[in-house]
Design a protein around this ligand. Sequence first.
Ligand code: ZN
Length: 241
Amino acid sequence: MEITYLLNSGFLVKTGRTLLVFDDFEDPVHAVEGALSEGNFDRLYIFVSHAHFDHFDTHILDYADAAERYVFSNDVRHTKRGKLFPAEKTVYMKTYSDWEDEAIHVKSFDSTDTGTCFLVDTGEAKVFHAGDFNWWHWTGEPEKDRLLARNAFQKQMKKLEGLEADVAFFPVDGRMGDAWDMGAKEFCARTKARALVTMHNVGFPAWRPPADFFAAGREIPYWTPGTPGEKRLLNEGGFKE
Ligand SMILES: [Zn+2]
């Protein structure tokens, strides 16, 4: 699997001859365009986890000819920008639903923000993208709000318990200070994600896992991209440049 960082929570993932694009709101180095012009793929799927500006932008309409499907969280349907997408190529997914065609299977989960998480199975790889699902623990917030955030997160984690994925994209957001990796830590401990890519951390230093981040015996390879266009190959041995 080859993974290219676009920006924020935006990634291009190539597994076999399938291209998956996630939350491409901005692609400063035109990595998706580059991959499309190389032409070395059979199918392109473009995912949007929710309609926030830092996850969704209409420039992805430029890929309409190449796209097999746009797979959007249902909240995108009700936006002006969402209505610009060709209906015959666009699938809207509610939370906890499934969609498949002859090449891929997609499962959606709920978020703790808006929209969905996606688990995409291409037959060659299982890819989990959290969207804005996270344990949003803001130190400055009143205790009761932090409790609500915790409960919302734990409620979804129950549904994700034991989830298997070859790679999981998960927010580690520097705006939360020391709490930035609380969600990712819990997620890694309770799922069977085999590799972690952190995201949603524009403008903050790269995250490094503290000594107690991975549960004992459950260390997995991780990658914390920071520069648009950065690329890694992921296989059993971990991430390689
Ligand atoms: Zn976001």
